[in-house]
Design a protein around this ligand. Structure first.
Ligand code: NAP
Length: 481
């Protein structure tokens, strides 16, 4: 008897249990020796009062098995607890989210016949999805978009390694670096820095809004796309729609220690328990898992069986209409019945083991030789006009070490007046610059400035204006010179 590989199995919410059961049955029928550890997460766990949605037993199981196959987990929208999905991805530092999108036989779409076959590689633990948010005033919310050089190096190298493992020839990097020059710009810069290490792969950069446009217009031009977390979330759903919808979109969350495999789709609660949904996305996620575990032959066998099933016209309700689709369980039986058959028309990619990039774990991954503090941004809540606030701040702070350079409202300069018609709310960023000898800003100077501002105004946030190796570590505002 071969030793069984332990895998944590999380049925999840809504349609999750039906999809996960289909995948489990097919993997077992393909003869893969797996010891499933069933574990809980999501809605039922929230109901028990655990705000993370992930109980300790589930965490223990993943820590032991290092591999999980999971169904979708529900997240309340716009209120309530944080996403248990994001929690799982972040707790195990599964920094790479891989989302293959491939045309399927028998699934007719406006793109049929064009050979869409791309992989979205989405950074999975940084960016706006770090979920660090604040109400800065009662009516103004802030979300921090944290992007690290190290995080970008990991995901950029991962994308090239993934391309190598699948014999792909091009990797596109999709960013909004034209606008967010520091955050999104870091991925572009790092991508261009590491690309020469993969000389057989052609690197190219595309602005993310054009990437969305190109994906709809000429999706077959893409092979691998690497992008930041939120961009990747949106682009991958868009891409799934091109090949027949979320029912066909698998994904893998891969880190150095743990990998979690799941469909791109959510819990689709309206279809839960009706035996009508398409389990292919979770089954294909299982195929990705088998390749990760080194079961290449069985992974290919399952992929062929899916192709043969679809080619024979056995299709679920999302493709044919819910009044005519094959029930989930019968569709699963058909795939099991087709194990061992090979599609005559659809090829299965020859995949080599993926080499995870080895990145220096040093916390201060990027070190500056020189650094200087040149000023301080103080975020102030005030019902005044920009002109009134500017006059007040200049009067309050004129004899400190810092002088007011400008005030901005949501990134646009509003003081000194520019002649523009910018509307201001009660949220202002007030930029103070060190008058003489910039380079160091002792806490006493910061405290003095804040104490002066507090005499009349509420400040809620400060940010040091720094230079690293002579490069500005902050952006100028629209209209600021
Ligand atoms: P969703 O559950 O993915 O469903 C959106 C639509 O996609 C469905 O209404 C259905 O389209 C189609 N669909 C999804 N899965 C399908 C399948 N297996 N077979 C056939 N069609 C499928 O997205 P949502 O409604 O925005 O989110 C519902 C819940 O899931 C939320 O709580 C959300 O937070 C959570 N969620 C979880 C994950 C995850 O666990 N990784 C991911 C995304 C969302 P039609 O209506 O056109 O038939």
């Amino acid at each position: 008897m071969p030793t069984k590989t332990p895998v944590t199995l999380i049925p999840g919410d809504g349609i999750g249990p039906e999809c996960v059961e289909a995948a489990r049955r097919i993997i077992e029928a393909a003869g893969v020796p797996i010891e499933w550890e069933i574990a809980e997460a999501g809605a039922e766990v929230f109901k028990k009062g655990l705000p993370s949605g992930v109980p300790a037993e589930t965490m223990d199981s993943i820590a032991r098995t290092r591999v999980a196959l999971k169904g979708p987990l529900e997240t309340p929208v716009g209120f309530g607890e944080k996403s248990a999905n994001v929690t799982l991805r972040k707790l195990y530092e599964t920094y790479a989210n891989v989302r293959p999108v491939r045309e399927m036989p028998g699934v007719t779409t406006p793109y049929s016949g064009r050979g869409i076959d791309l992989v979205m590689v989405r950074e999975n633990v940084e960016d706006l999805y770090a979920g660090i948010e604040y109400m800065q005033t009662p009516g103004v919310a802030q979300a921090l978009k944290l992007i690290s050089d190290k995080g970008c190096e990991k995901i950029a190298r991962f994308a090239f390694e993934y391309a190598r493992s699948e014999g792909r020839t091009k990797v596109a990097c999709a960013t909004k670096a034209n606008i967010m020059k520091l955050s999104e710009g870091t991925l572009k810069r790092v991508f261009e820095r590491v690309a020469p290490d993969y000389p057989e792969i052609e690197p190219w950069h595309v602005i993310v809004d054009n990437a969305a446009h190109q994906l709809v217009k000429r999706p077959e031009q893409f092979e691998v796309i690497v992008t930041t977390n939120m961009n990747g979330d949106i682009l991958s759903d868009l891409s799934s729609a091109l090949i027949g919808g979320l029912g066909f979109a698998p994904s893998a969350n891969i880190g150095n220690d743990v990998a979690i495999f799941e469909a791109v789709h959510g819990s689709a609660p309206k279809y839960a328990g009706k035996n009508v949904i398409n389990p292919t996305a979770v089954i294909l996620s299982g195929v990705l898992m088998l390749r990760y575990l080194g079961h290449f032959e069985q992974a290919s066998a399952i992929e062929h069986a899916i192709f043969v099933t679809l080619e024979s016209g056995v299709l679920t309700g999302d493709v044919l209409g819910y009044d005519r689709g094959t029930p989930t369980t019968e569709y699963t039986d058909a795939i099991i019945g087709n194990l061992g058959k090979r599609s005559a028309t659809w090829t299965v990619r020859d995949v080599r083991p993926l080499q995870l990039p080895k990145i220096d774990p040093a916390p201060d991954y990027v070190k500056a030789t020189t650094r200087a503090v040149v000023g301080l941004d103080v975020f102030v809540e005030s019902p005044m006009t920009a002109a009134e606030l500017g006059a007040s701040l200049m009067e309050l702070t004129h004899d400190t070490r810092l002088s007011l350079k400008m005030i901005s409202s949501r990134g646009t300069k509003v003081f000194p007046p520019t002649g523009a018609l910018t509307e201001s709310g009660d949220h202002f960023r007030c930029r103070f610059i060190i008058k003489e000898a910039p380079g160091d800003l002792p806490d006493e100077d910061v405290n003095q400035l804040l104490a002066r501002i507090s005499r009349r105004h509420i400040w809620m946030h400060i940010e040091k204006l720094q230079e690293f190796d002579g490069e500005l570590g902050f952006t100028r505002d629209q209209g600021e010179n």
